[in-house]
Design a binder for this molecule. Sequence first.
Ligand SMILES: Cc1cc2nc3c(=O)[nH]c(=O)nc-3n(C[C@H](O)[C@H](O)[C@H](O)COP(=O)(O)OP(=O)(O)OC[C@H]3O[C@@H](n4cnc5c(N)ncnc54)[C@H](O)[C@@H]3O)c2cc1C
Ligand SMILES: NC(=O)c1ccc[n+]([C@@H]2O[C@H](COP(=O)([O-])OP(=O)(O)OC[C@H]3O[C@@H](n4cnc5c(N)ncnc54)[C@H](OP(=O)(O)O)[C@@H]3O)[C@@H](O)[C@H]2O)c1
Length: 385
Amino acid sequence: MSTEVTPKSPYNVKNPYIARLKHAHDLTGPGAVKHTRHFEIDLAGSGLEFTPGDSLAVLPTNDPDLVAELISVLGFTGEERVTNPKGVEVPIRQALWESYSITDIDNKLLKAVIEKTSGNTAVTGLTDPERKEDLKRYLYGREVIDVLLENPSAKFEPAEWVGVLKKLIIRLYSISSSLKAVPEEVHLTVATVRYESHGRARKGVASTFLSERLTASTPIPVFVNPGKGFRLPAPEEDTPIIMCGPGTGIAPFRSFLQERKATAAKGKAWLFFGETNQSSCFFYREEFEAYLADGTLSRLDTAWSRDQAEKIYVQHKMSENGPELWKWLEQGAIFYVCGDASRMAVDVDRALHQIIETSGGKTTEEAAAYLEKLKQEKRYRRDVY
Ligand SMILES: Cc1cc2nc3c(=O)[nH]c(=O)nc-3n(C[C@H](O)[C@H](O)[C@H](O)COP(=O)(O)OP(=O)(O)OC[C@H]3O[C@@H](n4cnc5c(N)ncnc54)[C@H](O)[C@@H]3O)c2cc1C
Ligand SMILES: NC(=O)c1ccc[n+]([C@@H]2O[C@H](COP(=O)([O-])OP(=O)(O)OC[C@H]3O[C@@H](n4cnc5c(N)ncnc54)[C@H](OP(=O)(O)O)[C@@H]3O)[C@@H](O)[C@H]2O)c1
């Protein structure tokens, strides 16, 4: 197994590297039901290093339109001076844009609104310990702006208002490039979070910072978050690898494949990719086809969930190829999975159990023990979110 460790970096949450965008393009095409974008961020001269399997922490800024709306709803001008979390005095407009979380509803904020709200409203008593389920239901799909709009009697002074907000925090993105293939750049594969709730269009803070608000001159504060054990085998090892990365879960595997080509890695490599539609969502198609042609990739199996009436997912493709997948596991393959934690990774785990039972001729208990052993041997690796 590779013991490659990302060198200790001078950059961290307190001292991020201020990068700039070099290039970006959409990975999703016309008619796609989602928007996923490829980003190339310039690292020239930074000395910032990473290893395939690491992720990049990005500190975004908020949507200025939402900042303006909040200021208006709060009755401020935007010029009121407040002290930001670094202890610097700035106009509240700037503080709300760059320093505070202005979407997530924190308990502290909710309590402050309840205290200031006259009469009985939807938030009255919501923070009582016995009303946890009501609170969860209330919070679902709501943001800070909704609490203010629904409780107009809650009035705040500017300093008091920032005092109830949490700090704006970083978001992690799996790195989708290798420094050996693309020096002095870091690539990301990001799904833009946009949805509607309670009659309002919502935007994920960091994913829309990247996809809607970046120009070539926008500062992008970043640092590397080392991947916990999500590592390739050493290139001279003959270990086969199986990569399962539907959606943005493909990101670390693009990095793996770039690295494997650059280091002429020996073992076989099998990629499972899934998205909604082949015509609009086959991310990095030409690259993967070139890797198939030059042998960097031994197999590519794709699952297009919405190209037919019945859903076809990566785990269906795994099961279809159960005997071959079992053979690879028996040959010592490492199985990697990246992407959605709540549904996909659970179903992929279930499929693995079934393949081991059916193709490996094992009982349910034996299959569970086999997978447990894979985990102990670090041959079943998950990077799920
Ligand atoms: C290790 C790691 C690696 C990651 N790698 C990637 C990657 O490579 N690519 C990638 O795109 N993402 C990746 N993510 C996810 C990423 O970090 C962010 O969580 C994601 O981009 C959303 O951030 P945001 O700031 O845009 O959204 P936020 O402002 O954080 O909003 C997201 C929140 O919106 C709410 N929400 C979202 N959709 C709905 C809905 N339909 N209805 C109601 N509420 C909803 C949920 O509460 C959700 O938590 C990774 C996460 C981790 C932990
Ligand atoms: N924290 C956040 O705010 C945030 C932001 C972005 C992404 N994410 C998470 O990251 C995931 C990745 O998002 P993404 O846009 O890259 O892709 P995605 O939503 O995971 O979709 C990729 C493919 O996986 C399919 N899929 C859905 N359920 C599945 C299952 N149970 N098993 C296997 N495949 C399944 C989808 O099909 P269908 O859609 O046709 O069912 C689609 O074809 C999201 O699902 C979400 O959980 C979280």
